[in-house]
Write a protein of this length. Structure first.
Length: 331
């Protein structure tokens, strides 16, 4: 008899204020800031769609009215949970789980950009019979993110930052950085406080960790893209990294110099493009303009004649009328 895997549901935590990304988040909620033409939130939604989730939820707060309209084109319509007051990652997941069918929940933070496949994360979760699984990335020199320590053989989590389990000081533990992707069984979600704002790692995960529950960490590939898009500088870095990696879906093919130009864009013969860069649908680059490496000219945006741009991002409909470097032009 043919058997089918148990259903899974997805969630994206997207209710944060995005204060570190101001002034960009004065105009849009952080999950809608575009990264090479695709809102940050949709990177996570695409990954969940590829995993085959039966339903997906998104929690909202800051500029909440903008999000449903921006996602109206998606085949799998998200379930939106509007928070009257910010509930934190724990309260956010509690509300999303209540609005979705009861099932294994694969959740992603809406403020990080990643391109790794979620299927191996879910497979590791199921293979270990875990109550919860954290997707981890190996630390790089100079990073100040909190560390998750796991047993290298069993994958069992020993500590999550300052949250310590029974074997927190065991020899041979290896450390990783939490990517914001986690897999939770309903019993783990049930360990959240019944009401109020809270952090999921410091409540449900902490309680289950001290009780010795099967909680594991699994590493994503070392070359996977993962960027915490928390500041304007990191936002610009994310654009350049995607252009370098060519990992953004639905982009036109790059030429030998890494230049990508949409078929509907207009680039004057007297303009200069330096790759990697992207000129989006209906965008226009006028005569004498220079578009440098790491620059994104999004849908309908215009680079005026004589303007020189280095590592810049033009949001949809924006117009660059003066030269700039490391700058974001909003419409």
């Amino acid at each position: 008899m043919e058997t089918h895997p148990p259903p899974i549901v997805g969630a994206v935590l997207a209710a944060g204020l995005g204060t570190r990304l101001r002034p960009l988040t004065d105009f849009k909620p952080k999950p809608l800031v575009p990264v090479v033409g695709l809102p940050l939130l949709e990177w996570a939604l695409d990954a969940l769609d590829a995993l085959g989730v039966a339903a997906v939820g998104v929690n909202l707060f800051h500029h909440a009215d903008q999000v449903p309209h921006a996602l109206a084109h998606r085949a799998l319509e998200p379930v939106f949970v509007h928070e009257e007051t910010l509930q934190g990652t724990g309260g956010g997941l509690r509300g999303l789980a209540a609005a979705l069918p009861r099932a294994t929940l694969v959740a992603a933070n809406g403020d990080a950009l990643f391109d790794f496949d979620l299927a191996p994360v879910l497979a590791a979760h199921r293979a270990h019979g875990a109550l919860g699984t954290l997707a981890l990335r190996r630390p790089r020199p100079g990073e100040d993110f909190g560390r998750v320590a796991i047993d290298p053989v069993t994958g069992q989590i020993a500590r999550i930052a300052e949250v310590r389990g029974p074997n927190a000081d065991a020899a041979g533990l290896i450390e990783g950085i939490f990517t914001g992707v986690q897999v939770l069984e309903p019993a783990l979600i049930a360990a959240l406080p019944p009401e109020g704002a809270c952090d999921v790692l410091r409540t449900a995960w902490a309680m289950c960790l001290t009780e010795g529950a099967r909680l594991i960490g699994t590493f994503v590939p070392d070359d996977a893209l993962w960027i915490d898009v928390g500041t304007p500088a990191r936002y610009l870095e994310a654009q350049a990294e995607v252009l370098r990696r060519s990992s953004r879906p639905r982009l036109p093919a790059a030429d030998a110099a890494g230049r990508r130009v949409d078929a509907t864009a207009t680039v004057d013969a007297a303009a200069t493009l330096e790759g990697p860069c992207w000129i989006g649908p209906s965008a226009r680059v006028e005569a004498g303009a220079f578009v440098g490496a790491g620059t994104v000219v999004d849908t309908g945006a215009v680079v005026r004649s004589g303007v020189r741009l280095e590592r810049c991002v033009l949001w949809p409909g924006a117009v660059a009328v003066e030269s700039a470097a490391d700058h974001v032009f909003v419409a």
